[in-house]
Design a protein around this ligand. Structure first.
Ligand SMILES: *Cc1c(COP(=O)(O)O)cnc(C)c1O
Length: 427
């Protein structure tokens, strides 16, 4: 025990913070055991998908130029399709981020005159310009694709009544966002997504149902494609990249939907047949392999943060005891000093850029200064330990990621130390 206290002391964590954290951790043991079981379950699913896809050493090689006959690319796409239980998948470094993957899935499967319905209320911020909710160059609206939104109930749950009203003859595609992202509604469980899909199908069996799966992968034992979704879409610098994928996005779904996406990403006539994977494939395979345990580490970090800050009287969303269907934790600090100290503590625990002190600054698209902590191997990766928040009432910081549980734990401890040193908490 004293040895570990010495190691922590070398990183600036005092005995007082460790003594505060120890009983908190004790209460979380059963919870962590459950998270480990989910990781075990999903690890087996990933290995089975890789074995079924016949992944061999040759698959780890890459191609250049057109990328014809890229067996590595085909293998990773079979692996994703196997894991998600879909007919096909597109997993590509040419998909630049989550927003691009979602924009691709939408624009590839909608045609002029079609209507898009969001079943989970307001979609993720960046989709507003994709859809044209905020007028934007190249939006779906510019191509004559209209949009409706089924607003959520007061308590943030899905409104079946609003979905019923939102489904018209024009509706071609329904989007459901799994993670709450940075909204205050609860994240949807697979159970709730399945129920919503069944309801939509009972009215319009023929619409395409697409899930924004960002931040949700591996948090449960099933994915939305296993409860009836036609397409699941996400970013490789979030959960499924396992922290190793340096860029990319994926779309897993029906053969028809994925084929539409492929010809939109590359070109009609070319589809999935082109797209050099360069040297990126080892990181895709290994990242996917590590993703289940990495996701569990990130959730442990989130639960631990919630448990510590709840004990100190701060509002946490979700609460430490709530079930988790994504990796994002919000903590409301009530003062700019505490919010900033928290983010600076997270930064100070990073393996990269620990010496950087994040300060609030203006950011395009935000109406208040934002403070951001990220000491990441992959720029902008939010499966790595990171925190950010706008400097405005009620001073909420969002915390997510952690490639390993010990690092996530250090980040939380370091944040507590910073708040303690600045007399913003008493423990
Ligand atoms: C991160 C995220 C996106 C967008 O992904 P980017 O890679 O940042 O473009 C979309 N939806 C949700 C729910 C997300 O969390």
């Amino acid at each position: 025990m004293s040895d570990i206290y010495e190691q922590y002391a070398l990183l600036g964590i005092s005995g007082r913070v460790l003594d505060f954290a120890a009983p908190v951790l004790e209460t979380l043991r059963p919870r962590f055991a459950e998270l480990d079981e989910t990781a075990e379950f999903n690890q087996l699913r990933v290995i089975k998908a890789m074995q079924d896809a016949h992944v061999g050493e040759a698959n780890l090689m890459g191609t250049t130029g057109y990328g014809y006959d890229d067996i590595g690319r085909e293998g990773i796409e079979r692996t994703y399709a196997g894991f998600f239980g879909t007919e096909d998948a597109l997993v590509r470094p040419q998909i630049t981020c989550g927003t691009h993957a979602l924009a691709l899935a939408l624009s590839a499967n909608l045609r002029p005159g079609d209507e898009l319905l969001s079943a989970s209320g307001k979609p993720y911020d960046t989709l507003e310009e994709v859809i044209g909710i905020r007028p934007s160059r190249g939006s779906l609206a510019e191509f004559g694709i209209s949009y409706r939104q089924a607003d959520l109930n007061e308590d943030g749950s899905i409104s079946f009544e609003n979905i019923r009203r939102g489904l018209t003859e024009k509706t071609r595609l329904v989007e459901i966002q799994r993670s709450r992202g940075y909204l205050t509604r609860p994240t949807l469980s697979i159970e709730q997504i399945g129920e919503t899909i069944r309801f939509i199908r009972s009215i319009r069996p023929d619409v395409i149902i697409m899930i924004d799966n960002c931040y949700g992968e591996f948090t449960e034992r099933r994915e939305p494609s296993q409860v009836g979704a036609d397409m699941v879409v996400g970013s490789l610098i979030k959960n499924p990249g396992g922290g190793l994928a340096p860029t990319g996005g994926y779309i897993a779904g029906t053969a028809e939907c994925v084929a539409n996406c492929a010809v939109r990403l590359t070109s009609p006539g070319l589809g999935k047949e082109v797209g050099a994977s360069l040297g990126i494939l080892p990181s895709y395979y290994e990242g996917f392999f590590l993703a289940p345990t990495m996701t569990a580490s990130a959730i442990k970090g989130a639960v631990f943060a919630a448990a510590c800050y709840e004990r100190l009287g701060f509002d946490c969303f979700p609460k430490s005891a709530d079930p988790r269907y994504d990796i994002v934790q919000a903590v409301t600090f009530g003062s700019p000093e505490a919010e900033i100290a928290f983010c600076q503590g997270i930064q100070a625990a990073a393996p990269v850029d620990s010496f950087v002190v994040p300060e609030p600054d203006t950011m395009p698209g935000y109406d208040a200064p934002v403070v951001m902590a990220a000491g990441a191997f992959v720029s902008g990766s939010t499966v790595e330990l990171s925190a950010d928040g706008p400097i405005r009432e009620p001073y909420t910081a969002y915390f997510q990621g952690g490639l390993s549980w010990p690092h996530a734990k250090l980040g939380v401890l370091k944040s507590l130390q910073y708040l303690l040193d600045r007399n913003l908490i008493t423990i």
